[in-house]
Design a protein around this ligand. Structure first.
Ligand code: GLC
Length: 565
């Protein structure tokens, strides 16, 4: 038992070898994309009631924690990442009282709860932005945002050349109270998401208060949205010739992204989280250029963990993955933080569909990157199974995005008229965006809504589920040891029990070309064959589990094996 919130205890079932290791160093955290997880009230949108009803499922996988995507009041211009009030719950998801019950019940199931905090921007409906619009140029209300006069003779051009992460200029001009076109405000995402000015101490104070509001309710930590965006270079200088996307790996530094000034913010957040017993934790969403920049966010006096997107984006080749793992482990060790492994999330194409394409020819991040390439879904699923065993054998903590444990593919054929991702409109219908990985989960039954909504629901799921998902539902896979769900369950149980897994070191074992093999102590090895042929196992031992049957003594192509050695 470990202390959760005052008076409430979080049960933990960890091997004795891990007692004393902070839970977040080796946790498996399940990402609950709330609007697509489970719909309790039948309106076609997932909600808190749905999550509460599925806590036994999550605890039984088993996972250690859940991360819930934004559930705050929002006009939903960016699926809840446009927050209008950080201290309440959007009615579509439930009430604050229900949220408090969920946190309590999750703890009762031994699950920690992480929320999503969105500090880079607010909704244009947020009281602060409405006040800024009303108060006019030069006001204290506008100083919470980045308002600037435009360039050009009539101020008709944006104040600088920055582009929105979703396409188009990062500035929008407002109409002043006299009816005339006036100042411009900065938004690195949609125009409905004005960026906050983190040089303003009021902004910092407000977010510390928001964090305490949730920590006081027992929340165990936050995933920080766009953690690399908060600090902007002084003076907001132009970035001539900057490639797009501006925060892509390998790109030159951009004055809007990954500025060194961001670290003082997180040092202050660390002090807030450390004032709690047990200390609350943070995970950074930071799309930065390489591990050296990434691990700056998780130095001992800053955040706890940061998603390893280098690993997520690595193609399914032994060379790319070995480099990503080796460099990632070394960089994290240099700051004393555990690596955080992740294969997908609500912003990228699902890995079954990425791995179904030829690997290493171009970056496969979004649905739009997958088009026009030869596709083999059986191969994608086979590789995703192997990737799951690789993910869960690596040192540190791991995130599972809902539906990964079911082997869900990206839904690539959503009709235009159902697409809700703002990327679709903002790119002038050139990019279909991220809805293909956000389709509501199939739980049971032979037809949509596949148990996502209760019987007699008043509305269909907010995105249509493909008919063939009947075979991928939780109920369809339950009891089938050969299913993806069976694989995840076995691997998660073994990971929880095995003293070698979780936090710690890895040692590579030399193996044939196209094969990754590493040991974890005591007595564990993981072998992954990314070549097109079966291969000899590079070390002998008892097979604990495998993602595909062995071929005699040999490991099959595109499969992984866990060994007791
Ligand atoms: C993060 C979120 C993404 C959102 C964006 C703007 O990248 O994961 O879904 O659109 O931030 O808040």
């Amino acid at each position: 038992m470990e202390q959760g919130q005052a008076g409430r205890r979080v049960r933990s079932e960890r091997p004795s070898s891990r007692v004393g290791v902070p839970w977040w160093r080796d946790a498996v955290i399940y990402q609950v994309y709330i609007r697509s997880f489970a719909d309790g009230n039948g309106d076609g949108v997932g909600d808190i009631a749905g999550i509460r009803s599925r806590l036994p499922y999550l605890a039984g996988l088993p996972v250690d924690a859940i991360w819930i995507n934004p559930w705050y009041p929002s006009p939903m211009c960016d699926a809840g990442y446009d927050v209008s009030d950080f201290r309440a719950i959007d009615p579509v998801f439930g009430t604050l009282a229900e949220a408090e019950r969920l946190i309590d019940e999750a703890h009762g199931h031994g699950l920690r709860v992480l929320l999503d905090i969105v500090p880079n921007h607010v909704s244009d409906r947020h009281a602060w932005f409405q006040a800024a619009l009303a108060a006019g140029p030069g006001s204290a209300e506008r100083a919470r945002f980045h308002f600037r006069p435009g360039r050009g003779p009539d101020g008709g051009e944006p104040p600088n050349d920055w582009l929105s992460r979703f396409g188009g200029p990062a500035w929008t001009r407002v109409c002043e109270s006299d009816g005339r076109a006036g100042e411009w405000y900065l938004h690195l995402f949609t125009p409905q998401q004005p960026d906050l000015n983190w040089d303003n101490p009021e902004v910092a104070q407000e977010f510390e208060d928001i964090m305490r509001f949730w920590f006081d309710r027992g929340v165990d930590g936050f995933r920080i949205d766009v953690a690399h965006g908060l600090a902007k270079a002084p003076g907001l200088p132009d970035a001539p010739g900057a490639p797009w996307p501006p925060d892509g790996p390998g790109n030159p530094p951009h004055p809007a992204w990954d500025q060194d000034g961001v670290h003082a913010i997180y040092q202050a957040w660390r002090r807030v989280a450390d004032a709690y017993d047990p200390p609350r934790v943070f995970t950074a969403e930071a799309w930065v250029d390489g591990y050296e920049r990434l691990t700056r966010y998780i130095r001992p006096d800053e955040l706890n963990t940061a998603f390893n997107f280098d690993f997520l984006l690595a193609p399914w080749t032994a060379e790319a993955l070995r480099r990503s793992i080796t460099d990632g482990v070394a960089a994290h060790a240099s700051v004393g933080a555990p690596p955080t492994w992740v294969l997908s999330n609500h912003d990228v194409a699902r890995e079954v569909s990425r791995y179904a394409r030829p690997q290493g020819t171009r970056e496969l991040r979004h649905l739009d990157d997958l088009g026009g390439l030869p596709t083999d879904f059986a191969l994608g699923l086979r590789r995703a199974r192997a990737a799951a065993l690789l993910l869960l054998a690596l040192p540190g903590n791991a995130y599972i995005y809902q539906g990964e444990e079911l082997g869900l593919p990206e839904v690539e054929d959503l009709p235009d008229e159902v697409i809700q991702d703002p990327v679709w409109e903002q790119s002038g219908h050139r990019e279909r965006g991220r809805d293909g990985c956000r389709v509501p989960l199939p739980w049971s039954g032979g037809a949509p809504p596949f148990g996502f909504s209760p019987d007699g629901a008043s509305a269909a799921p907010w995105l249509p589920q493909p008919a063939h998902w009947a075979g991928l539902s939780v109920a369809a896979q339950e009891g089938d040891p050969g299913s993806m769900l069976g694989l995840y369950r076995d691997a998660l149980r073994l990971r929880r029990e095995h003293p070698a897994l979780g936090d710690g070191a890895i040692a590579w074992v030399s193996a044939a070309e196209g094969v990754l093999a590493f040991r974890r102590e005591p007595g564990f090895a993981c072998v992954v064959n990314l070549s097109e042929e079966a291969q000899d196992l590079p070390l002998s031992g008892e097979v604990l589990m495998s993602s595909a049957p062995l071929e005699g003594e040999r490991i099959a192509s595109d499969s992984a094996v866990w060994l007791a050695v």
